[in-house]
Write a protein that binds this ligand. Structure first.
Ligand code: SAH
Length: 217
């Protein structure tokens, strides 16, 4: 047991269960994964607080509740192949790695990808592949994916990425302008794969997706 266990239990009770996160697998994994390893040393005491934190390169690690909300929306059972766009700290990646079969994560900033890789290795997340580049194009060689998560905001649903969602698959993505967005859950129909259902999961604020499907620097 590490010394942050109590803080994690409190985080799960006061920030997640209290706000109606119900998937027990998600709650259990968030009670286990050491979020404090993914933040800068100077911010360790704030690692379990109810807010995002800076991770350098003008990027942030998402608020625990947003990580839980997005992960729950993917309805992971353990056998999925997951695509993540925006590795950032790697915290969300670690959560996905514990809940699915394989995770493919793309990050445009090499320094962040490298740091995330080291922490994920330390946590034995060997089912994660990380690639440096523009996630706007998805990861064609590994498609299709049962679940896709975009943790940077886009002006519209990235079309190339949505194409890589398998029949019956779920995708979560923040869409809006550079300041505020709506979190959408997209579900590709298993019976009629051309059909994609769109649900609104509420307002959110993410850093911008930079690239072909996003904004210029
Ligand atoms: N889930 C991460 C969120 C990091 S913030 C975490 O909780 O730590 C979003 C990340 O998306 C940033 O690291 C940013 O560099 C990255 N990003 C932005 N545009 C991108 C793109 N086109 N392709 C891949 N990554 C991108």
């Amino acid at each position: 047991m590490d010394r942050y266990r109590k803080q994690r239990t409190r985080m799960v009770e006061t920030q997640l269960r209290s706000r109606s996160i119900k998937d027990e697998r998600v709650l259990k994994v968030m009670e286990t994964v050491p979020r404090h390893l993914f933040v800068d040393e100077g911010l360790i005491d704030q690692a379990y607080n109810d807010n995002p934190l800076p991770i350098g390169e003008r990027q942030t690690i998402s608020q625990p509740y947003i990580v839980a909300l997005m992960t729950e929306a993917l309805e992971l059972k353990g056998r999925e192949r997951v695509l993540e766009i925006g590795t950032g700290s790697g915290y969300q990646t670690a959560i996905l790695a514990k809940l699915a079969d394989r995770v493919f994560s793309i990050e445009r900033v090499a320094a962040l990808a490298g740091r995330a890789r080291r922490i994920l290795d330390r946590l034995n997340c060997y089912n994660v592949a990380i690639r440096v580049g523009d996630g706007s194009y998805g990861w064609k060689e590994e498609a299709p994916f049962d679940a896709i998560i975009t943790t940077a905001a886009a002006p519209q649903v990235p079309a190339y990425v949505l194409e890589q969602l398998a029949p019956g698959g779920k995708m979560v993505v923040p869409v809006g302008n550079r300041d505020v967005q709506t979190l959408y859950k997209l579900t590709r129909s298993a019976e009629n794969p051309a059909e994609v259902k769109k649900e609104d999961l509420g307002g959110c604020r993410f850093v911008s997706l930079i690239g072909e499907s996003g904004w210029k620097e």
